[in-house]
Design a protein around this ligand. Structure first.
Ligand SMILES: Nc1ncnc2c1ncn2[C@@H]1O[C@H](COP(=O)(O)OP(=O)(O)O)[C@@H](O)[C@H]1O
Ligand SMILES: [Mg+2]
Length: 678
């Protein structure tokens, strides 16, 4: 294990694991139904579900795809439904009792780079009360790992993902279950824990679920697809759904008898579980009989009889001791206050940073990729900042624009690409109360800030030094500060787009309309003076514009250019005119663009000298001013006199933008997560 850092330190010495009350918790659905609005019309996806989920029971929730299994699970989780009612131990759900219930989602959303041990240790720090102490938390992690049969090397293997192999699917599923076991929940709801697993792994997972239900009289419900008979037989109870209605609810082993009584005995050599599913899906197989109606009518008696075979159980009410026993539920319950909040936020920060920098190879790859952009720009515009030639202004402007756009776009695209995955993990952990959205947001912002600094160093510094921009501490600080602000704005926009879109295509449709105007009105593509009056508002709305102008003013306001200036060219025109004026007096001067060195003797002339006119006081050679200022250029492109006052004002505007982006991102995240968790 990783001795070197605090959170994952390796002391396992005792630490009591509060057990849940032996009485367990009963969930009861009475006439539960759910309607959703699909294009304005209400659609019923679940109706009239009566079912009891008792402690110590492992219930299989089966039914064809679209039958409403996932919907029912989320109703069991939250207790909210549009018809009927849910009760937990005979009472309506409360914030406190909801914490006894956890869900294991269908997809194993985990941090691929971490090992099961690390993942669980972080979860323990996030989920368990801070007061429990590190040793107790680690002890609980070890206990969960052994309950899950994840021991030895498996604990330390990276979890991996589809494209980077790590643990097997069954092991990943077990880690996923383990994350929710840390608080010792009374009710465990698993959505399709065996889908995608082979028979052996599926049997392992169901074995663990069964053990979990029996050991501490937990209530365990799992939706399940096509179980083998052997697997099916390990479930105590079966709730069979068909198109949102109950087709059977009772002891799993009595199900075959129920369908037998309706005239559908399981054919020999067939798995009863498969046969039941076939009956539900295939009208011909069921010979037109409505199995749902048949169940609703009379067959309830069978379940009554079956119920007698199970140990009787009376609701005793959720006891306080169960809630005190470490069902942390993050910092969102208001318990624990600021200290708890700060603690969880710091753990989350630690995890985010640890995850992104854990793998040295990956970190190196990121560093190289990012600095490539900087090096490329640096090479293209190498040394042009130092030349002092007016003609290079355009190149420097290009380099500055590159810095502005790459620092924003790079982080924006990165965030958009990675956020759908991060969102899945966020939703999972939020809904199971690992932490609050506030904690997540603060931690994410800290991580983003860190990332922004690293990116600025990797991308912008090579450009700065290779191009040779003005090197004073002040100008350099302004340059770096501006880019960090931009990166932060970029990551906010990335989060907003990433969390409101479900995939990359979705994201693309939002990206283009957001980015195109920002870039067009950045002040680079179209100079301010050339923007049509009816579009100037877009110019003022683009944060690119403020940052670009800021960098331009920062770079050019105090510079003077001495070669190829328009002023120099103008002086040469004056000389040409002078020469023309002098032509009657002496032959053309032998210069080719530059004035000849004067060797003390004058060329012979054929008129009177000095020529008439107000020129008699001229000194020779003429003192010509071959310079022009950066401000003149800024004036040309409409950035000078600077419209928003001093550079600090530009910073203030950008900071305002960032504050706005922070708030907007939080609101969007809040809305998306509450909507998705419903
Ligand atoms: N938010 C929703 N809006 C519209 N339809 C939904 C929504 N949630 C679920 N459904 C529909 O309800 C049905 C049941 O969904 P679900 O519970 O996910 O089924 P299962 O998990 O059994 O496959 C499906 O036909 C699904 O399309
Ligand atoms: Mg489902």
């Amino acid at each position: 294990m990783h001795q070197h850092h605090g959170l994952l330190a390796d002391h396992v010495d005792g630490g009591s694991v509060p057990a849940i009350n032996d009485a367990g918790v009963e969930l009861k659905a009475s006439g539960v139904g759910q309607t959703v609005k699909v294009r304005g019309a209400a659609r019923t996806i679940l109706s009239d579900v009566d079912a009891t989920f008792s402690p110590g029971n492992l219930t299989a929730l089966m039914g064809p795809s679209g039958a409403g299994k996932t919907t029912l699970l989320s109703i069991l989780r939250g207790g909210r439904c549009s018809m009927g009612s849910m009760a937990i131990d005979g009472a309506p759900y409360t914030t406190a009792t909801r914490k006894l219930i956890v869900t294991v989602p269908q997809d194993d959303v985990l941090l691929a780079g971490l090992s099961p041990l690390e993942m669980l240790v972080y979860a323990a720090h996030l989920k368990l009360p801070r007061a429990l102490g590190r040793a107790a938390k680690l002890a609980r992690v070890q206990r969960v790992l052994s309950e899950l049969n994840l021991e030895g090397e498996d604990q330390r293997t990276r979890i991996g993902s589809v494209d980077a192999r790590g643990l097997s699917g069954g092991q990943r599923k077990r880690v996923s279950i383990g994350l929710e076991l840390l608080t010792n929940p009374a009710v465990l709801l698993c959505d399709e824990p065996t889908s995608g697993l082979d028979a052996k792994m599926a049997a392992d997972v169901v074995g663990i679920l069964r053990a979990l239900s029996q050991q501490q009289r937990r209530t365990v419900v799992a939706t399940i697809h096509q179980p083998s008979f052997q697997l099916f037989a390990r479930f105590d109870w079966l709730l069979l759904l068909s198109k949102g209605r109950v087709a059977y609810s009772g002891a799993a082993l009595n199900a075959a008898a129920h369908f037998g009584a309706l005239g559908f005995p399981t054919p020999p050599h067939e798995n009863p579980a498969d046969y039941m599913m076939r009956l539900l899906q295939d009208v011909e197989e069921a010979r037109g009989l409505d199995l749902v109606a048949a169940w609703a009518e009379g067959a309830a008696a069978i379940s009554q009889r079956a119920a007698h075979r199970l140990p009787s159980w009376k609701p005793v009410g959720v006891t306080v001791s169960m809630l005190g026993g470490g069902s942390g539920g993050g910092d969102n319950g208001g318990d624990g206050g600021l200290l708890e909040f700060a603690y969880r936020t710091s753990v989350l920060c630690h995890r985010t940073l640890y995850d992104s920098f854990k793998d040295p190879a990956k970190t190196l790859k990121t560093v190289i990729l990012k600095s490539m952009v900087g090096l490329l720009c640096g090479t293209i515009w190498f040394g042009q900042g130092r030349s002092g030639s007016y003609g290079d202004i355009f190149s420097i402007t290009g380099a500055l624009f590159m810095c502005v756009t790459t620092s924003t776009l790079e982080v924006l695209l990165d965030t958009v690409l990675e956020f759908p995955l991060a969102r899945a993990l966020l939703l999972r952990e939020l809904s199971n109360g690992h932490y609050s959205l506030r904690s997540y947001y603060v931690a994410r912002t800290v991580a983003n800030f860190w990332q922004a600094c690293v990116n600025t160093v990797l991308v912008a510094l090579p450009v700065y030094f290779m191009v040779g921009l003005s090197l004073t501490a002040r100008q350099f600080g302004i340059f770096g500060g501006c880019l960090v602000l931009l990166e932060l704005i970029g990551s906010c926009i990335g989060i907003m787009i990433g969390c409101t879109s479900n995939d990359i295509n979705d994201a693309r449709t939002q990206l283009v309309p957001v980015l195109a105007p920002l870039l067009i009105f950045s002040g680079y593509v179209v100079p301010y003076n050339n923007i049509p009056a009816y579009f100037t508002w877009a110019y003022y709305a683009s944060f690119f514009q403020y940052s670009f102008a800021l960098l331009m003013i920062n770079e050019f306001a105090d510079r003077t250019f001495t070669r190829d200036c328009p002023a120099q060219l103008a002086e040469q025109q004056v000389l040409a005119a002078l020469e023309e004026r002098l032509a009657p007096y002496w032959p053309p001067l032998p210069h080719n663009g530059t004035w000849p060195a004067h060797n003390g003797t004058w060329p012979a002339h054929n008129g009177t000298w000095p020529p008439p006119g107000p020129w008699r006081n001229w000194t020779w050679p003429p003192q010509l001013q071959f310079t022009c200022t950066g401000r003149e250029y800024l004036q040309l492109v409409g950035m000078w006199p600077n419209k928003f006052g001093a550079i600090s004002n530009y910073f203030a505007i950008l900071a305002g933008y960032l504050a706005l982006a922070f708030v907007a991102t939080y609101v969007v995240l809040y809305r998306v997560t509450t909507m998705k968790m419903r």
